[in-house]
Structures are given as structure tokens and as C-alpha cells.
Write a protein that binds this ligand. Structure first.
Ligand code: NAP
Ligand code: MG
Length: 486
């Protein structure tokens, strides 16, 4: 049976290598954020489907998958990377339509997605155990082993990339997986799951159960027979997921929200910083966990630099995914209302709105469009300075010296990413060391960084690490074997 019933453009669940309807028989409409219209449907998976998927993953753990060498597992992932690259344009079109992001950004996402499978495919056989010198007559080895069945819950903002980021290292280490993608954008996840099957993944190793968070997601988080849970999403749901997992003593990797600062000193190369600062907040319509949402400026350059950023903001154009402009729609009506509420509250409390982007002509009436907005100076205790908007809203704040800059950079509950712009080498080191976050960029901004670079949060931004070799450690466990041989 194929994954898509073409008559209804209806996507099914992947469980035990078979495309199947939800036990309830129900589906969820898939909406294009560019016009608010449904264009496909996905199965509405629930607790029963999650249970079937976990059972299939458990069974697969004892099957042919466990007998593959690490090199052979890696080859399947490398093959997936190749197919993703071959189908990159088609996948990018699907992702852009499903999520609303401008096509150019979706194309870039597919290259990154392929990189995850390439990186972890090549890394699969490079994670080695240890031999520990011990007492005379003993040989002690520390084996790296898969956790077993891993559960993965991902958000809608970078679905294909998130699939690669969380699943590729889990598979490289020999786990079997059950994923619950976000109902707002899950088509690329279903397509990549098909690619896994095409690349020779044994049945049951990759299971995908689409559905609502409160149904399928909660059932996965609370399932007694998973061995690790990897969650990417909001801090609030991260708490719920960790509470559910704690009941079964299931460890969690949590990648949560952020309110990341760009700290710019007066000696920085401001010309270089300008386009980077703008891109860091408008990419994916600001719906990026590592968006550079706070612009912290040395008071001596505040007016001058903010005026330049405002000029750039005024030029920003918002359009549908296929218009491929600077900014696409946000994901859904709820998110549009949320961003607009932040903007309205800021205006009500008289935070100066310095600049806005504009809508392209003839936008579809039902699309979820919001204009990028620059506010400043934002009072330090204002919600716009502290809370994650998850939209294209940039808050500018002045600071008076280095110590003040560090305090301000660390002044939110989050700690995902930060950037420091200065030509002073000592200051680069001091400030990056003092920042409480998982990644710091000096005179650049990578919005999350390359696939090789360990990534993850401090404080309310989560714990555990993804990307790079560290992800392989977080998605596997160890067994110490003590052998007395006299
Ligand atoms: P969300 O509401 O937390 O949803 C994330 C995922 O959790 C979705 O698949 C969602 O399903 C599911 N979910 C919702 N309620 C659940 C529950 N009670 N139990 C189990 N799963 C549940 O987050 P979002 O609004 O989609 O995404 C935005 C947030 O994600 C932002 O805070 C952003 O910063 C964060 N994020 C972080 C990273 C990172 O790497 N640190 C990356 C991307 C995004 P449904 O949506 O289908 O209901
Ligand atoms: Mg959608």
C-alpha cells in the first residue's frame, strides 16, 4: 500500500513498514499558511496508533536492524541523504507549501536535511567504546549501546531539518524510532520516512504517527515502553512532556524556546552586522528557536544603528511561499493572533514602533501574514524584551558598558544562542564566556549553526545536546563490562 491515497491526497501513518490509516479512521486537514486553504489530509493518529508504533519499534529492535554493523546502518543513512538531494526541489516545494516559508528558504532546508543524514551516516561507525585500565587480572570495557526505542516529537517550523537533526543520530546509534511530527506541517516528515524505506530501512525502525499533540504526542510522551524521548518545541509543552516521561523514568532531550541576544559594541563592523541582524530575526518569519530576537546596542551607537535597521525593515516584503520574498506567512491563525497581540500590547504600553515591513500586492485573503516590526528602546522588563514572540519582531535595547551588556544578554529565562559583535579580542572571549547559552557566535550569526556544531539550551531553553558528535552521546547509553580473567 502506498503512503498517499492520491484520490484524497491523504497521507497515512507509517507503522511497521506499512502505510496505514489511524485506528480512529479520522484525518486532519493540511492547511497552506499562504491562503488558509486545505490542500491535503493526514491521518489523525492517537494513543492506539502510538502503541502499535512503539510495539513495532520494539520488535524491530530485535530484528535484522540489530544485526547490521554500524557501517551498514550508516550506509542506509547516507543513501537517504542521496535521495533527499535528488528529490530536493520537490521536497522544498512541499515544505514551502505546508509551512509557508519562502521557497528559497525551503530549498536551503533540504540541503541541511541531507547534510544530517550525510554527517550521521558517516559518523555511525566512528563512535567507539573505551577500555579502562583497572586492577591486575581484569579487563574493563565500556560499550556504547542504543537506548532502544526512542520517541521523537518535533515542531512545525523546520520539519525536514528537525527530522534529520533528531532521527539521523538516533538511527546512527542503532535505536528504533517513533516520531510524532507537528500537525501543522508534517508532510516532509512523511516523505522522508518514505525515503527511509526506499533506502532499505528495515520495517519498524522508522515509524511516523501524525496527529495532535494532546493526543498522539501526549501518548508518546507517556508511553511506558520507550527508552528515551527527544522533544523539540515550546518550553511549556517541554515541561508536560518531561513530567509524563518522568513517571516512567524515561530520560529526555529537550530543545525548547529562546529569546536570543545580538550584542553589538561600538567598535564592531556595523556594516557587516546590519544584514546579519535583520536576517537573524526575519528568517522563517521569526519562527526559529534561535532567532536573534533581541538587539542589544552600545548606547553610543544606539540611535545610528537602529536607524539603519529601521531602513532595512521598511524594505522588507511579506508574501506567499511561492512569491519567495523576504518573509512568508506565519504558520496558522493562532500564531498570527499571537504575534499581533505582542505588537498591540507594545503599542498600548507606548514602546516606540520604529519600522514595519509591507505586504506584497494581491495577497490571498486567507493567508496568515504579519508585518515584520522593529521596536525600541524596549524597557528591560517589558514582555517584548523577555518573552519569545516566535514571529518577525525585533526588540532593540541600549546598554551602557560590557558588564551591563552581559547582564542584559543573560536577563531572560532562556539561554539558547547569543552573538557578540566587537573587534576587541579580549572582549570577544570575556563576553562569550559570560553568556549563559548553548551557542555563541562572534561577529557572525548562524541561527542554530551547522550540523557539525553541538546545539542546545541552558535554563528554559532545555537540556541535552543535538547536532555534532555530542548528539550521538545523548542518543545512546553505555554498558561497563568488567571481566576477571586472573
Ligand atoms: P509546541 O506547541 O510545544 O509543539 C511542539 C510539538 O509538541 C508538536 O509536535 C506538538 O504537536 C507537540 N505537542 C503539543 N502538545 C503536546 C503534549 N501535551 N504532549 C506531547 N506533545 C505535544 O511548539 P510549537 O508552537 O509547535 O513550536 C514553537 C516552539 O518550539 C517555540 O517555543 C520554539 O522556540 C521551539 N523550538 C525550539 C527548537 C530548538 O531546537 N530549541 C527548534 C524549533 C522550535 P501539535 O503541534 O501537532 O499539536
Ligand atoms: Mg501546513
Amino acid at each position: 500500500m502506498d503512503m498517499v491515497d492520491t484520490q484524497r491526497a491523504s497521507y497515512k501513518l507509517l507503522i511497521d513498514g506499512k502505510w496505514t490509516d489511524a485506528a480512529s479512521g479520522q484525518t486532519i486537514e493540511v492547511i497552506s499558511p499562504s491562503n488558509g486553504q486545505p490542500f491535503a489530509a493526514v491521518a489523525r493518529g492517537g494513543a492506539e496508533d502510538i502503541d502499535r508504533a512503539v510495539k513495532s519499534a520494539r520488535k524491530a529492535l530485535a530484528g535484522p536492524w540489530s544485526r547490521l554493523s554500524a557501517t551498514e546502518r550508516g550506509r542506509i543513512l547516507t543513501k537517504m541523504a542521496g535521495i533527499i538531494l535528488e528529490r530536493a526541489e520537490e521536497l522544498a516545494q512541499l515544505e514551502a507549501r505546508d509551512n509557508g516559508k519562502p521557497l528559497t528558504q525551503a530549498r536551503a532546508d533540504m540541503q541541511v536535511t541531507a547534510r544530517y543524514f550525510e554527517f550521521y551516516g558517516a559518523a555511525a561507525d566512528k563512535v567507539h567504546g573505551q577500555v579502562i585500565p583497572f586492577l591486575d587480572g581484569y579487563t574493563v570495557t565500556v560499550l556504547r549501546e542504543p537506548y532502544g526505542v526512542t520517541g521523537h516529537i518535533i515542531p512545525w517550523n523546520y520539519p525536514a531539518q528537525m527530522f534529520g537533526r533528531t532521527m539521523a543520530p538516533a538511527l546512527a546509534m542503532g535505536n528504533t524510532c517513533v516520531m510524532k511530527p507537528a500537525e501543522d506541517a508534517c508532510l516532509s516528515s512523511l516523505e522522508i520516512a518514505r525515503i527511509a524505506m526506499d533506502a532499505g530501512m528495515p520495517p519498524g525502525v522508522v515509524n511516523i504517527v501524525s496527529g495532535y499533540g494532546e493526543e498522539a504526542g501526549a501518548a508518546l510522551a507517556a508511553h511506558r515502553d520507550i527508552n528515551l524521548l527527544s522533544f523539540t518545541g515550546s518550553s511549556e509543552v517541554g515541561t508536560l512532556v518531561q513530567q509524563a516521561a518522568a513517571k516512567n523514568h524515561v530520560p529526555c532531550v529537550l530543545e525548547l524556546g529562546g529569546k536570543s541576544p545580538q550584542v553589538i559594541f561600538a567598535d564592531a563592523d556595523l556594516e557587516k552586522a546590519l544584514p546579519v541582524v535583520v536576517k537573524a530575526i526575519i528568517q522563517n518569519a521569526g519562527q526559529t528557536c534561535s532567532a536573534g530576537a533581541r538587539l542589544l546596542l552600545d548606547v553610543s551607537i544606539y540611535e545610528q544603528f537602529v536607524a539603519q535597521v529601521a531602513e532595512r525593515f521598511k524594505q522588507l516584503k511579506v508574501g506567499t511561499h511561492d512569491m519567495d520574498l523576504d518573509v512568508g506567512p506565519v504558520i496558522n491563525l493562532q500564531q498570527k493572533n499571537r504575534v499581533e497581540r505582542f505588537i498591540k500590547q507594545a503599542q498600548e504600553s507606548r514602546v516606540p514602533l520604529l519600522a514595519e515591513g509591507s505586504f506584497a500586492a494581491n495577497l490571498p485573503a486567507g493567508g496568515f501574514f504579519v508585518k515584520p516590526a522593529l521596536f525600541g528602546p524596549v524597557p528591560r522588563d517589558h514582555s517584548l524584551a523577555c518573552d519569545e514572540v516566535f514571529g518577525p519582531v525585533l526588540s532593540a535595547l541600549p546598554f551602557k558598558d560590557e558588564q551591563d551588556a552581559v547582564e542584559l544578554a543573560n536577563a531572560t529565562d532562556y539561554g539558547l544562542v547569543g552573538a557578540v559583535w566587537t573587534r576587541d579580542g579580549g572582549r570577544q572571549q570575556r563576553v562569550s564566556k559570560a553568556m549563559r547559552c548553548g551557542q555563541v557566535f562572534i561577529n557572525c550569526y548562524g541561527a542554530g549553526g551547522g550540523v557539525e556544531l553541538p546545539f542546545g539550551g541552558m535554563k528554559k531553553s532545555g537540556h541535552g545536546r543535538e547536532k555534532g558528535f555530542l548528539a550521538l552521546e545523548h542518543l545512546s547509553t553505555t554498558k561497563t563490562v568488567v571481566n576477571f580473567h586472573g
